[in-house]
Design a protein around this ligand. Structure first.
Ligand code: SF4
Ligand code: SF4
Length: 105
């Protein structure tokens, strides 16, 4: 099974505490704070790991570049998309692409 799909499937089955632990661990690898789209609001709200958690809730609305393709998480989970902070997490973008044939990559 494809790496990201396996992760998403196994993650869903874990207890909430385990999920939170994994999210905190993965957040350490996220390089969003080095990206031009990342802003002061995102720093204050400690928003990160949009590829797994979902788009920015409060802070990021403008796309000014994306560093996801330089990130260890992108390689580890073989992510296909980027601009997770404005567009949706990997799961959401995969879904949209399957429904609408989006070309947002
Ligand atoms: S792929 Fe992008 S959103 Fe996901 S952890 Fe890396 S930099 Fe952050
Ligand atoms: S998801 Fe991409 S565009 Fe958004 S802050 Fe992270 S690296 Fe930048």
């Amino acid at each position: 099974m494809e790496v990201y799909n396996k992760f998403a499937r196994d993650f869903k089955k874990l207890p909430i505490e385990e999920q939170e632990k994994i999210i905190e661990e993965q957040k350490k690898k996220c390089i969003c704070p080095t990206c031009p789209s990342y802003n002061k609001c995102a720093i204050v709200e400690r928003e990160k790991l949009f590829c797994m958690i979902g788009r920015s809730f409060l802070c990021i609305s403008f796309e000014e570049g994306c560093k996801c393709d330089e990130c260890a998480i992108e390689k580890e989970f073989q992510l296909k998309y980027k601009y997770f902070c404005t567009r949706s997490d990997e799961k959401g973008q995969r879904y949209l692409n399957s429904v609408w044939g989006s070309t947002m990559v």
